[in-house]
Ligand binder design. Structure first.
Ligand code: BGC
Length: 762
């Protein structure tokens, strides 16, 4: 390591390149990069715009890069992903630093979406904790582990608002709400980047996928998005903006089109909005071959789409090499300018400078770190706590949960003793074999007096063709050699011999995530049969539901005694589930994405508008906005989630009901823990703008506080609102608040609030 640094320093002296000053003073950075760029050839500048992968991660596009080594030596690479370990990263960096003409280090990136090797719950699960400190901590741990393994540029956070649970990537984000999504975006950027990007423990974050990727039509991945600007600005763009305000280093453009132009070539998006309006000064990277994919979008040939992207403000081309192979030609033909190439090159070099790479390109290649920093006991403990905090208790009749630590439990279900499906989607750096199955967790936590016996009961799905599509990265759906009847009978026998049945059911890891969309979001038939049969036994039936999306589980909800939504919990799955089932941790999660009754209700979310013919409640009324065959309300609303204890909300107290512009409103509510367990509650504040120049949602989250209450304890929670909190984008896309009446609501869930109307004048 030291030798390398010496060689490196000597080499740079020989090359006449100044060693980077330690801080990121703008003038010094400019001078440094000016000098460097002064010596770069056109091809070397274009090379900085090239992001390659030898294919070590998940090659989600059709291509992986070729000639990696020679491209590195020729200075034709700006960044690389799919390479890890200090040794490999050092070797890669050496090719760039010691063998290329100018010795410019490369960015080393990866998708560290919910933990590096210590896999945390999927992001939708983490969001359900409503715990910003915890989310930041998971990102911090992820950064520490990833940098220990040589990676210092992360393709996370994914902040796409998603209101369509058919879309598999809903698993990767924070859910449906722009306010909560923005808070989480900030927490993740802080967690990854810390306050010093040059620290060997922090990594540069990338906010993605800019923009509107979560609104793909019909929930089909990569599909068209089309929405009004007013919806964009009020509902979909805030989390990206929040990440940018938090100082995120890079932005990834999305696959979809925005207003008819694919994001990667959309100048309005990447320059007018991102840079001119929002002041973003980092660099923009495309998604995997998203530049090339503009050919299929119908935007021209590779040369045309590459030129379009560069001119739009895209700085780095992921894997497709359209930039590398066509920009020089486009320049000669006058289709782009040298300034445009220089600007993109400068932005990439600035990122390297800010990471301290010019000072020491090997700062993330420290062989002693993986052992010290990765998968430590402490990190696994964070994963265990994070998982427990991400679970949402959806039903708990007769206080079946927590389970007693004596007696007999029938643990059944295809996900009850399974390592392959615990980590969840987009965990390419995690090792499923290190995860704790539920059976093991129950044995670890349950103690000697409880007898836990297991039977699989059913396959995740009996559909061989479906299983093939899900099993592309290894066996996620293992179809048993035994017949479904045999498995079911075994489970029923076990249930008959046990006092309580715990069934761990739901989706395999790869049933959600990228390119894993479903038009039917209910439980596969094989598992439905299992649940029905178990319910018939009359034993208390605890359903532990694993999934990467909100599912249509109305029937299971009816049949279960208790229902615990656990998402895909990560490496400590079994221990965390057992902690919650046995009451070592009292669940405190709340949903951040609405659970519909059926796919026909989609989109259904709490922040809907009223229509001119709103129906009051779910009783059908002719000529009101409704359905003949389903209620308007969802199965579970945004913000919903139970606890083993009960929280009693007092009447909210408003500091005043008539306010002037610069005054602030205080809303206080007393919450009392009236049940038998200590517990945590997420207190939520919503507003509704009753009259405005444009139609406004019936509810908008404007605040939340997660509090801890001991048995019998009362706490007063106070929210403070200013008129700025009521601001929105109007028809002309001007941001501001409009005086008038506002309903202010407080409660434990978006569908359970107490409210008062206040008037707020200028
Ligand atoms: C995904 C991105 C990811 C990239 C690189 C793409 O298919 O959309 O989220 O960062 O691959 O792995």
């Amino acid at each position: 390591m030291k030798v390398n640094r010496l060689i490196f320093a000597a080499l740079w002296v020989l090359l006449g390149v100044p060693v980077q000053a330690q801080n990121t003073d703008k003038a010094e950075m400019d001078a440094y990069i000016n000098e460097l760029m002064g010596r770069m050839t056109l091809q070397e500048k274009i090379g900085q715009l090239n992001l390659i992968t030898p294919g070590g991660g998940i090659p989600t596009g059709s291509a992986v890069s070729t000639g990696v080594e020679s491209k590195l030596k020729d200075g034709l690479v700006g960044g690389i992903f799919g390479v890890s370990s200090p040794e490999k990263v050092r070797q890669t960096q050496e090719l760039a630093v010691e063998e290329s003409r100018l010795g410019i280090p490369v960015l080393v990136g990866s998708d560290v979406i919910h933990g590096y090797k210590t896999t945390f719950p999927i992001p939708l699960g983490l969001a359900s904790s409503w715990d910003m400190e915890l989310i930041e901590k998971t990102a911090r741990v992820a950064a520490k582990e990833a940098t220990a393994d040589g990676i210092f540029w992360n393709f996370s956070p994914m902040v796409d608002i998603a209101r369509d649970p058919r879309w598999g990537r809903i698993a990767e984000g924070a859910g449906e709400d722009p306010f909560l999504g923005s808070e989480i975006a900030k927490a993740m950027v802080r967690g990854y980047q810390g306050d010093d990007l040059t620290s060997p423990n922090t990594m540069m974050a990338t906010v993605k996928h800019f923009a509107l990727y979560g609104a793909s039509e019909a929930g089909r991945d990569y599909n068209t998005t089309d929405m009004s600007r007013i919806r964009m600005f009020n509902e979909y763009l805030p989390p990206y903006k929040a990440a940018i305000d938090a100082g995120v280093g890079s932005v990834m453009s999305s696959f979809n089109d925005v207003d008819g132009i694919p994001a990667s070539g959309n100048k309005w998006l990447l320059t007018d909005l991102l840079r001119d309006q929002w002041g973003f000064d980092g660099f923009v990277v495309s998604d995997y071959t998203s530049v090339n994919e503009m050919i299929a979008h119908g935007m021209g040939d590779l040369q045309a789409v590459s030129a379009l992207s560069l001119k739009a403000g895209l700085d780095m081309d992921m894997v497709g090499e359209g930039f590398l192979t066509t920009l020089e030609k486009s320049l000669k033909e006058g289709k782009i300018t040298e300034d445009e190439i220089e600007l993109a090159c400068r932005r990439v070099l600035e990122a390297k400078y800010k990471l301290g790479l010019f000072e020491d390109p090997y700062r993330y290649a420290d062989d002693s770190r993986p052992k010290k920093d990765i998968l430590t006991k402490a990190n696994r403990q964070v994963a265990r706590e994070a998982a427990a905090r991400s679970f949402v208790l959806l039903k708990n009749e007769m206080n079946t949960l927590p389970l007693s630590q004596s007696g007999s439990i029938a643990l059944v279900g295809p996900l009850a003793n399974n390592k392959n499906n615990m980590l969840g989607t987009w965990a390419p750096t995690g090792n499923p074999q290190l995860s704790i199955p539920i059976l093991e967790g129950m044995e670890n936590v349950g103690g000697r007096k409880v007898k836990v016996r297991y039977a699989k009961g059913a396959n995740i799905s009996d559909d061989v063709e479906f299983a093939k599509k899900v099993n592309v990265f290894g066996t996620r759906i293992a179809i048993d050699e035994r017949s479904p009847e045999e498995m079911l009978n075994e489970a029923l026998d076990l249930a008959a011999q046990s006092e309580v049945v715990v069934a761990v059911i739901g989706e395999a890891t790869e049933m959600s995530g990228e390119s894993a969309n479903r038009t039917d979001i209910s439980l596969p038939e094989s598992q439905k049969k299992l649940v029905r049969a178990l319910a018939k036994t009359g034993k208390p039936l605890v359903l532990v539901m694993m999934s990467g999306r909100p599912m249509a589980i109305g029937e299971e909800y009816e049949l279960a005694t208790s229902l615990l939504q656990v998402w895909h919990p990560g490496v400590e799955a079994g221990n965390a589930i057992a902690d919650v089932l046995f009451g070592a941790y009292n669940p405190s999660g709340k949903l951040t994405a609405t659970f519909p009754h059926n796919v026909g209700q989609i989109p259904v979310h709490y922040r809907m508008k009223n229509t001119g013919r709103p129906q009051d409640g779910d009783t059908f009324m002719k000529f009101k906005s409704n359905y003949l065959d389903a209620p308007n309300s969802p199965l579970f609303a945004f913000g919903y989630g139970l606890s083993y204890t009960d929280f009693d909300y007092g009447k909210p107290v408003f500091s005043q009901t008539k306010l002037k512009g610069n005054e602030s409103l205080k809303v206080s509510v007393d919450i009392t823990n009236t049940g038998n367990f200590d517990g945590e509650e997420v207190v939520q504040l919503y507003t509704r703008d009753l009259v405005a120049s444009v139609t406004r949602p019936v509810k908008e989250l404007k605040g939340f506080q997660k509090i801890n209450l001991k048995k019998g304890e009362t706490k007063t929670v106070t929210f403070e609102l200013t008129a700025d909190d009521l601001a929105f984008y109007n028809f002309n896309l001007e941001f501001g608040w409009e005086p008038g009446d506002f309903e202010i609501m407080v409660g434990p869930s978006s569908d359970n609030v107490q409210s008062a109307v206040v008037s707020w004048e200028k």
